[in-house]
Design a protein around this ligand. Structure first.
Ligand code: FAD
Ligand code: NAP
Ligand code: SF4
Length: 673
C-alpha cells in the first residue's frame, strides 16, 4: 500500500490515461527560446519524465511574433518550427512520459513594441503600450492559437495547455480592467470570455477528440476589477463545453501586489479556490501553488480539493520527486524551498533558469556527475551549504569523504535562515542533506573544529575548505556598548533584543532580521487564514478579483533599518522576492533610512547623521547586520603547509555570497575531482 494513494492513482481521461496525479507545471527555462538549445531542453524534460511525473507542460510558447514574451522568445507558428519540438516529444515519450505544450500569448505583458491587447492600456510592469486589436485581428489571433495547437500535434505533443491566467492576453480579455471594448469581444462578461471560449472550441475542432487540451483558468485574479466568482464559474463551464480536457488553476496576475509563490506564502495557500470550483464542472481540476512535498499533495487530493496537483519548481529541484514518493522515500526529496533565486530570478534577468538546491537543473548535459576515475580520500571542512553539496557529490562519485563541522549540527548559516519567519522551508534542505549524508556514506564529525596540523596527520588526498564567513564588526564609536549585538548572537545564541531596535546594514540579512523582530510568533506564514488576512486575499470571494484591504498584524517593536549608501533600502534584493520583503516591512512600519552616517552608540541610543541632519535613535538594542568576511585562515594555513587544498563558498569570496553560489560551487568542484 502506497503512502500516497490519491497522488499516485492513475487518471483516466477517456482516450488516454495519466500514470499519476502530478502535473509538472509550465516554467520558462530560457532553453525554449533558441533552436540550438532544444537538445538540452529535451534532456531536461526526459530526466523529469524518467522521474515518473504524470504529465509535463512545457514553458510558454508564443503562437505568433506579437504574442512573444520578449523578442525572439520561443514560438511555434511555422511548419519549420516543428522539428525542434520533436526532439522534446521524442525524448519524453522514450522515457514513457506525456507532454503538453503551453501556448502563451503575452498580450500587454510583452516586453517588445509589437505588443497587442484588447484595449490600449499599458501594464504597470512593462514599458510598452500595446496596440488595440481590431475585430479582424482578434479573429486572426484566435487562428494563431489554433494553428499553433495543430503544429504542436504534428510535433508529437500529447496535448496543449492554453494559458488563460496570470494576466496574459486571454486573461486581459476577461476583465474590464484591461478590456474596454464595446464590440463582440467586450462590454459584458459573456462577450469578454468569448475570446477564451472560441480559442478552446476552434482548437478542439482542429485537433480532434484524442488530444489533451488543458485550459488554465485564472481562478483568483488578485487585482482590482478582476473577475467575480460567478464569472469564473461561467468561464469554466463554457470552456468545458467548448472541449477542454482538464482545467488548471491560475493564481494572481503578475502585476498583483499579493505574493503567490514565494517561500513566505503558506504551503497550499490557494487550493481552497480550486476546491470551490469542484462540482461546477465535470472535467478534472488541477490545483497549484506552494505544493512541494508528497504529504501536502496527498492531503489536498484526499480532502477532495482537486483531481491533480501542479508543481513546477519542485520538479526543477528534484526530477526524481515522483519516483521517490512512490518508493516511500519522501525524506530523500530535494525540496524546492520557493526561494526563486535560480529559477524565476534568472528568467527575469534573461539568464538560463536553474535551481539553488539543484544546480544541475537545466544544465543536465553540462554538469554531469560521473563515477570517479580514481577513488580518493577527501576531507571537507565545514558543513554549510557549500560543504554539504561538495561532500555528498564527492561521495556519490565513489570517493571516501570525511566531513567536519565545528558546530553541533550540519547546515552552517542555514540554521539561522530557517529561524526567519517565512523561511521555514530551509529546514527541508537540512533534512535532505542529512539524508544524503547517510545515503552516500559520508563520514560526519560534528563538534569538531579542524586545524591543519590534525588534517596533515590524516594524509588526505585532497582537502576542501568550506569554512564560510564571519560577521563583520564595523568600526563605530561605542561598538562595544552592551546594547550592541550581532545577527549571529540573536539567531544562534538567543541574545535578548529590546522593544526599540536599530539594525545596522540593510542587506538580505538586515531585512531578514527586521522580519524576525517585527513578526508575531508563530508567524502567519504557516497559517493560511492569518496570512490571507495579512495580505488582503478575500477568501469569501465577495469582491472582484478576491482582493480586499490588507490587515497586517502590528509589530510589537519599533525598528529602524539603516544603510550608508543612498537610494532605496532593499533595492539589491532579489528581483521576484525583494518587493515582498519591502512590502512586509512597510506594513510593520519599519523605518528604512538610507545615506546614514553612524556617529556613535551610547546609553542614549544610536547617534546618526543624514546629510547635515543629526538624530539620536532612542534604541535599546543595536543589531549588526553589516555583511561578512571570508573565514579562510585554515585554508591559507593548509596552503602554507603544502597540502592539496581547495576553497569554496563564503570562505572563497564573502562579497555577494548566497547559497546559490555556495551550492553550485561545491557541486561543480566535486564533479571535477
Ligand atoms: P556557512 O554556511 O557559513 O558554513 C560554514 C561552516 O563551516 C559552518 O557550519 C562552520 O561551523 C564551519 N566551520 C568553520 N570553520 C571550521 C573549522 N575550522 N572546522 C570545522 N568547521 C568549521 N542565502 C541565500 O541564498 N538565500 C537566503 O534566503 C539566505 N538567507 C539567509 C538568512 C540568514 C539569516 C543568514 C544568516 C544567511 C542567509 N543566507 C541566504 C546566506 C547563506 O546561508 C550563505 O550564503 C551560505 O550559508 C554560505 O554557505 P557556506 O557553506 O559557504 O558557509
Ligand atoms: P550584504 O547584502 O552585503 O549587506 C550588508 C549590509 O551591511 C549592507 O546594507 C551594507 O550597506 C552594510 N555594511 C557593509 N559594511 C559596513 C560597515 N563597515 N559598516 C556599516 N554597515 C556596513 O550582506 P548580508 O546582509 O550580511 O547578507 C549576506 C549574504 O547573504 C548576502 O550577500 C545575501 O545574498 C545572502 N542573503 C540572501 C537573502 C535572500 O533572501 N536572498 C537573505 C539573507 C541573506 P552600506 O554599505 O550601504 O551601509
Ligand atoms: Fe525552488 Fe529555489 Fe530551486 Fe527555484 S531556485 S526551484 S524556488 S529551490
Amino acid at each position: 500500500m502506497s503512502d500516497y494513494p490519491h497522488l499516485l492513482a492513475p487518471l483516466d481521461l477517456g482516450f488516454t490515461t495519466l500514470s499519476n496525479r502530478v502535473l509538472m507545471g509550465s516554467m520558462h527555462t530560457g532553453l525554449e527560446d533558441k533552436s540550438s538549445d532544444f537538445d538540452k531542453l529535451a534532456v531536461y524534460f526526459a530526466e523529469r519524465a524518467r522521474g515518473g511525473v504524470g504529465l509535463i507542460v512545457t514553458g510558454g510558447i508564443a503562437p505568433s511574433i506579437r504574442g512573444w514574451l520578449k523578442p525572439f522568445s520561443g514560438r511555434l507558428s511555422m511548419p519549420w518550427h516543428v522539428a525542434r519540438h520533436r526532439k522534446v516529444t521524442g525524448a519524453v515519450h522514450t522515457e514513457g512520459g506525456k507532454v503538453c505544450m503551453q501556448i502563451l500569448h503575452a498580450g500587454r505583458y510583452a516586453y517588445h513594441p509589437l505588443s497587442v491587447a484588447p484595449s490600449k492600456i499599458k501594464s504597470p510592469i512593462t514599458p510598452f503600450t500595446p496596440a488595440e486589436l481590431s475585430a479582424r485581428a482578434v479573429e486572426s489571433t484566435i487562428g494563431d492559437f489554433v494553428s499553433s495547437a495543430k503544429l504542436a500535434q504534428d510535433a508529437g505533443y500529447d496535448g496543449v495547455e492554453i494559458m488563460g491566467s496570470e494576466g496574459y492576453l486571454i486573461n486581459q480579455f476577461l476583465v474590464e480592467r484591461t478590456n474596454k471594448r464595446s464590440d463582440d469581444w467586450g462590454g459584458t462578461p459573456e462577450k469578454r470570455r468569448r475570446f477564451a471560449v472560441e480559442i478552446v472550441r476552434r482548437t478542439r475542432a482542429a485537433v480532434g477528440a484524442n488530444f489533451i487540451i488543458v485550459y488554465r483558468v485564472s481562478m483568483l485574479d488578485l487585482v482590482e476589477q478582476g473577475q467575480t466568482w460567478d464569472e469564473v464559474i461561467a468561464l469554466a463551464k463554457d470552456v468545458e463545453a467548448a472541449g477542454a480536457t482538464l482545467i488548471n488553476t491560475g493564481i494572481g496576475w503578475h502585476e498583483a501586489r499579493v505574493p503567490t509563490i514565494v517561500t513566505s506564502v503558506p504551503r497550499g495557500a490557494f487550493t481552497w479556490v480550486t476546491h470551490k470550483l469542484r462540482g461546477e464542472v465535470k472535467i478534472p481540476l488541477i490545483t497549484t501553488n506552494r505544493i512541494n512535498m508528497p504529504d501536502v499533495a496527498e492531503a489536498i487530493l484526499a480532502r477532495g480539493e482537486a483531481d491533480m496537483v501542479s508543481m513546477a519548481r519542485p520538479l526543477l529541484a528534484d526530477p526524481q520527486w515522483v519516483n521517490k514518493a512512490r518508493a516511500g522515500k519522501a525524506a530523500s526529496i530535494n525540496t524546492c524551498i520557493a526561494c526563486n533565486q535560480a529559477c524565476l530570478d534568472h528568467v527575469f534577468e534573461n539568464k538560463r533558469a536553474s535551481c539553488m538546491v539543484n544546480p544541475r537543473a537545466c544544465f543536465e548535459t553540462e554538469l554531469v556527475i560521473t563515477p570517479a576515475a580514481r577513488k580518493k580520500r577527501i576531507a571537507v571542512v565545514g558543513a554549510g551549504p557549500a560543504g554539504l553539496a561538495c561532500a555528498t557529490t564527492l561521495a556519490e562519485r565513489g570517493h571516501t569523504v570525511v566531513l567536519y563541522d565545528a558546530a553541533a549540527d550540519i547546515g552552517g548559516q542555514f540554521n539561522m535562515a530557517k529561524r526567519i519567519p517565512g523561511k521555514e522551508e530551509f529546514f527541508e534542505t537540512l533534512r535532505y542533506f542529512r539524508q544524503r549524508i547517510a545515503e552516500t556514506g559520508v563520514t560526519l564529525h560534528l563538534n569538531t573544529r579542524v586545524d591543519t596540523a590534525a588534517l596533515q596527520q590524516e594524509n588526505f588526498d585532497e582537502i576542501v575548505f568550506a569554512t564560510g564567513v564571519l560577521p563583520r564588526t564595523p568600526s563605530i564609536t561605542g561598538i562595544d556598548h552592551r546594547k550592541v549585538v550581532s545577527y549571529y548572537d540573536v539567531l544562534t545564541r538567543n541574545r535578548p533584543v529590546g522593544q526599540r531596535v536599530a539594525l545596522i546594514g540593510a542587506g538580505g540579512i538586515g531585512f531578514d532580521m527586521a522580519e524576525f523582530l517585527t513578526q508575531s510568533h508563530p508567524s502567519p506564514t504557516t497559517d493560511i487564514a492569518r496570512w490571507s488576512e495579512e495580505w488582503g486575499v478575500d477568501t469569501s470571494y465577495s469582491t472582484r478579483g478576491a482582493v480586499t484591504k490588507p490587515h497586517p498584524e502590528p509589530s510589537e517593536r519599533q525598528v529602524w533599518l539603516l544603510q550608508r549608501t543612498p537610494g532605496k533600502p532593499g533595492e539589491k534584493l532579489n528581483k521576484t522576492t525583494g518587493w515582498v520583503h519591502r512590502a512586509a516591512l512597510k506594513a510593520k512600519k519599519v523605518n528604512m533610512l538610507a545615506g546614514v552616517t553612524y556617529e556613535r552608540i551610547d546609553d542614549d541610543g544610536l547617534h546618526i547623521r543624514i546629510g547635515e541632519a543629526r538624530e539620536v535613535l532612542p534604541v535599546d538594542t543595536v543589531v549588526l547586520c553589516a555583511g561578512q568576511e571570508s573565514n579562510r585562515r585554515d585554508y591559507d594555513a593548509a596552503l602554507a603547509q603544502g597540502l592539496k587544498a581547495h576553497v569554496i563558498g563564503g570562505a572563497d569570496i564573502a562579497a555577494e555570497l548566497d547559497a546559490k553560489r555556495a551550492i553550485a560551487q561545491g557541486t561543480r568542484l566535486a564533479a571535477s575531482l
